[in-house]
Design a protein around this ligand. Structure first.
Ligand code: PLP
Length: 394
């Protein structure tokens, strides 16, 4: 009954463990939520008020498929001001989440049989999106020893005649790695040399720490015409359920993405678009406060993780995840994550859910309170003291 296209796409590898965590909570057990992929803050009040105002003004009808002009202008201003990329509003499309922007960009850019380079460990939806475009995902490994830095040489090694697109995700989910200016420059050079397009997912751009700088690859000389920059409101303004994001890129690509959107989702909810203008143009104080809180929790969580015998953890410089290495206890991250959930009541995401380079690791989100971090790591420590030795060598 089902198409081959959808049959090839696997359900999320973390579904089972998420369902188990939910069932434990339903039984009244306290489960520490290190699995979360969203900020634990509320959307700033001024953004909520802008949504209510738009509704009260009856701003409730269909909008242009690419988004309302004032929002596209506000996005163009933001990209120029903060990212150093000059777009006009015709080069911007507003989408239901960054996810739809990524999906649409891949749909309009790659053909059946094209190869798409994805740095590994990867965010769970990239390979599925590539699969849905009937293209082939080719993984570019990154390693703990390099702080999970994506190296231009590693990309070059994977390029073939069929390579069409490179997906970049800095700051990175799940590793927290942030590409420095020199790294971005070297990657841009490889892409220019080989005529490769770049899809740059910058959804975690505000979550950078220790003085790390977020560099948009489209801002480098000669790159704008070969990059689609994707961003959104989910993480920066704690608006995950609102479903709004955007893409900026060459006019022809944006037009094609808009066409896809017009025939599928029509447009992003009208009043949500109005509120997004307030998010971009209004006060950024709460964003700063949230990022400061993440920074404190990050340092605390990593320090605590490093105090667990035989666990190593790179200090993440971006996003809101730690990606510690638990392979001394178990190479099978699904088995370990299940054990921690069953025996310690701590929900984590197995590293293998992010590709084979993630095996032996767990992703722990610090988008949760300090108290939860303190209790969660203490529970992990206690549970690991009793961890079956037989798994450590397997
Ligand atoms: C790397 C990455 N890109 C994109 C998204 C999707 O964001 P949105 O909620 O805007 O669709 C996420 C959400 O978890 C993410 O982690």
């Amino acid at each position: 009954m089902l198409s081959e296209r959808i049959r090839r796409v696997q359900p999320s590898a973390t579904l089972e463990i998420t369902a188990k965590a939910k069932a434990l909570r339903a039984q009244g057990k306290k489960v520490i939520p290190f699995g979360a992929g969203e900020p634990d803050f509320s959307t700033p009040a001024h953004i909520k008020r802008a949504l209510v105002k738009a509704l009260e003004e009856d701003f409730i009808y269909y909008t242009p498929a690419a988004g309302i002009p004032e929002l596209r202008e506000a996005i163009a201003e933001k990209l120029e001001r903060e990212n150093g990329i000059c777009y006009d509003s015709e080069e911007i499309v507003v989408t239901p989440g960054a996810k739809m922007a990524l999906y649409a960009a891949i749909q309009v850019l790659v053909e059946r049989g094209d190869e798409v380079l994805i740095p590994s460990p990867w965010w769970v939806s990239y390979p599925a999106m590539v699969e849905l475009a009937e293209a082939r995902a080719v993984f570019v490994p990154t390693y703990e020893e390099d702080g999970f830095r994506l190296l231009a040489e590693a990309i070059a090694e994977k390029i073939t005649r069929r390579t069409k697109l490179l997906i970049l995700n800095s700051p990175c989910n799940p590793t927290g790695a942030v590409l420095g200016r020199e790294d971005v420059r070297a990657i841009a050079e490889v892409c220019q040399d080989h005529g490769i397009f770049v899809l740059s997912d910058e959804i975690y751009e505000y979550m950078v720490y220790d003085g790390a700088e977020h560099v948009s690859i489209a801002s480098l000389e000669g790159m704008k015409e070969r990059v689609v920059t994707v961003n959104g409101f989910s993480k920066a303004y704690s608006m995950t359920g609102w479903r709004i994001g955007y893409a900026a890129g060459p006019r022809e690509v944006i037009k094609a993405m808009t066409r896809l959107q017009a025939h599928s989702v029509s447009n992003v909810t009208s009043f949500v678009q109005r509120a997004a203008i307030e998010a971009l143009r209004g006060s950024q104080e709460e964003v700063k406060r949230m990022v400061e809180a993440f920074d404190q929790r990050r340092r605390y969580m990593v320090e605590e993780l490093r105090s667990i015998p035989r666990v190593s953890c790179v200090m993440p410089r971006g996003a809101f995840y730690a990606f510690p290495n638990f392979s001394a206890y178990d190479r099978d991250s699904f088995r370990l994550a299940n054990y921690l959930l069953d025996k310690a009541g701590v929900a984590t995401v197995p590293g293998a859910a992010f590709g084979s380079e993630g095996e032996g690791y767990l992703r722990l989100s610090y988008a949760t309170s300090m108290e939860n971090i303190r209790e969660g790591i203490a529970r992990i420590k206690r549970a690991l003291e009793r961890y079956p030795k037989k798994f450590s060598g397997s």
